[in-house]
Every structure is written in structure tokens, then in C-alpha cells.
Design a protein around this ligand. Structure first.
Ligand SMILES: NC(=O)c1ccc[n+]([C@@H]2O[C@H](COP(=O)([O-])OP(=O)(O)OC[C@H]3O[C@@H](n4cnc5c(N)ncnc54)[C@H](OP(=O)(O)O)[C@@H]3O)[C@@H](O)[C@H]2O)c1
Length: 254
């Protein structure tokens, strides 16, 4: 099997950095390159900034250059809401986005740039992490900073689906920084999990593993799905190790 060169954007993010660490361990399969904005952040997380290309996803020429020779792209960028001021009792926190960092810019134009650059560079496969909740235009996340974040994320996803490149689009539930590999994955579609379960969370490490597995298994190609992990108390003790079967399950869920 030949080694696949993979560009990972959002590589200094909380999930992206975990994916990069995992890919770096699989030296027989992957030659990963991290794409990030900040050299000092990469240095802080990884102890070195080697294996990175630094740039902004709003700058398409840098993206295109970074994607040369890549067989796959992982999109783990996202607009990040920031809290305005300090919330006080009775006054809920307010949010905005940094200039140039709105969901329209990052999650739509930034994703579109990545997909266009990938297409021009001949990238064959894209794994994109979005979010659950996108079927509901009135979802509270859309009101954060008036950013309509889920709406712009879904527009970016539609652009990917129309691109002709093989895709896997993962919509995780709420991300938590808990140990990975302890809870069973549950997959479904179109926010049915959100509507039917009280707890819809997934550890970032488990999501990172799923992203890596989506690169490996052809059963994950051209699929869009939601994913959570069973809460500890509902766990049957089964931890998924057969990712091909997990992805294949999606074909039967209509
Ligand atoms: N938080 C949740 O509960 C939740 C739930 C469901 C889905 N999700 C989604 O899951 C994904 C991963 O979440 P996370 O919390 O692990 O991500 P995160 O830590 O917020 O990372 C976002 C990444 O995007 C990068 N980024 C933002 N704008 C950029 C730009 N213009 N150019 C280049 N990079 C840019 C950031 O760069 P810097 O490192 O330089 O800041 C950061 O690395 C996101 O898409 C998120 O929306 C989150």
C-alpha cells in the first residue's frame, strides 16, 4: 500500500491536533501535513512546527500550494465564537466573532476555498467535520453572535457534495474532552439522535479516531452522518473496533 499524503486544516484546533497526532503514528499509511494559522501555537502543542504549512484558509493560493501531491484533505476548521465581556448573574453571556472570522467567512468561504483548492490539486478524498443540529434553522447555535453557524456549515457541506470529490461528512454531537475508546459509537442521520436521546456527546479523541478511520475504509465514502457515543451509564461494554461495519451500517439508515 502506498503512503497517502494528507493535508489537515484546523491542525492546531482541539480535535484537529488529536487527528494530526494519530496520523503521525500511522507512518506506514499516511504522510500528514498540518495546516494552521499560528506557528507559536503549533510549537506549543507539538513541541515543533515541522510538518506544518502556515496560512489562512481564506487565502486560496497558500491552500493550493499546501495541497500539492495530497491524496486526501481533512477539514477541521471552524469559526469560533468569542464571549463579549464577562457575564453577570441574570445577564446571559453574549458572543461575537473576530473580524474575518464569521461563520460566513470561515465555514462557507473558507470551506469552499479548501474544496476548490483540493479539486484543482487533484485531491481524491475529503473528510469534513461539521455539526449535529443543522436540520433546524432555529437551532440556538445559529443565534450565537448572529452568526448562523450551522446554516453556513451546511452550505459548505453542500458545496462539497456537489464537487465530485469523494467525501465523508461527519456531524458530531457535543464535543467533550474525556478519555477516548471507552464509549460505544452510535450513528444515525438528520438529527434523529438529537430528537431521541437525552445525551448527545462524543469525546474529541473518539471523533479524531473516526476521522482517521474514514480515510481508511471505502464504506465511509460519500456518506453524511451524525455520531455520538453512548453515555457511560448506558454502555454495554462494547467499544467499536470494526469501523468498516460501523460505516456500512449507514447505508441501511435512510
Ligand atoms: N464544540 C462542540 O461541542 C462541537 C459540537 C459539534 C461540532 N463541532 C465542530 O467540530 C469541529 C471541531 O471542533 P473543535 O472544538 O475541536 O475545534 P476548534 O478547537 O474550535 O478548532 C477550530 C480550528 O479552526 C481554525 N481556524 C479558524 N479560522 C481559521 C482560518 N481563517 N484559517 C485557518 N484556520 C482557521 C482554528 O485555528 P487556531 O488554532 O489558529 O485558532 C482552529 O484550529 C468544528 O467544526 C466544530 O464546529 C463542535
Amino acid at each position: 500500500m502506498s503512503i497517502k499524503k494528507v493535508l489537515l486544516t484546523g491542525a492546531t484546533g482541539r480535535t484537529g491536533s488529536l487527528v494530526l497526532k494519530k496520523l503521525r503514528q500511522r507512518t506506514a499509511e499516511f504522510a500528514p501535513i498540518g495546516f494552521a494559522r499560528s506557528q507559536s501555537k503549533a510549537q506549543e502543542i507539538f513541541g515543533s512546527s515541522s510538518g506544518f504549512v502556515f496560512g489562512d484558509i481564506l487565502d486560496k493560493p497558500t491552500l493550493k500550494q499546501a495541497m500539492k501531491g495530497c491524496g486526501a484533505l481533512i477539514i477541521l476548521t471552524s469559526a469560533v465564537p468569542r464571549m463579549k465581556g464577562t457575564p453577570t448573574p441574570g445577564n446571559p453571556p453574549e458572543f461575537d466573532f473576530e473580524p474575518g472570522g464569521t461563520p460566513e467567512e470561515v465555514d462557507y468561504h473558507g470551506q469552499k476555498n479548501q474544496i476548490d483548492a483540493a479539486k484543482e490539486a487533484g485531491v481524491e478524498q475529503i473528510v469534513l467535520v461539521g455539526s449535529m443540529g443543522g436540520t433546524d434553522e432555529n437551532h440556538p447555535l445559529n443565534r450565537l453572535g448572529n452568526g448562523n453557524i450551522l446554516i453556513w456549515k451546511r452550505k459548505g457541506e453542500q458545496y462539497l457534495m456537489d464537487s465530485g470529490i469523494d467525501y465523508t461528512i461527519i456531524h458530531p454531537g457535543g464535543l467533550v474532552d474525556e478519555p477516548e475508546g471507552m464509549r460505544q459509537f452510535v450513528v444515525n442521520k438528520e438529527d434523529r439522535l438529537l430528537k431521541s436521546r437525552e445525551s448527545c456527546t462524543i469525546p474529541r479523541g473518539d471523533l479524531a479516531e473516526l476521522v482517521v478511520q474514514a480515510l481508511i475504509h471505502p464504506q465511509a465514502k460519500n456518506k453524511v452522518f451524525d455520531v455520538i457515543c453512548l453515555p457511560q451509564e448506558d454502555n454495554t461494554g462494547v467499544v467499536n473496533t470494526d469501523f468498516a461495519a460501523l460505516f456500512a451500517q449507514l447505508t441501511a439508515i435512510l
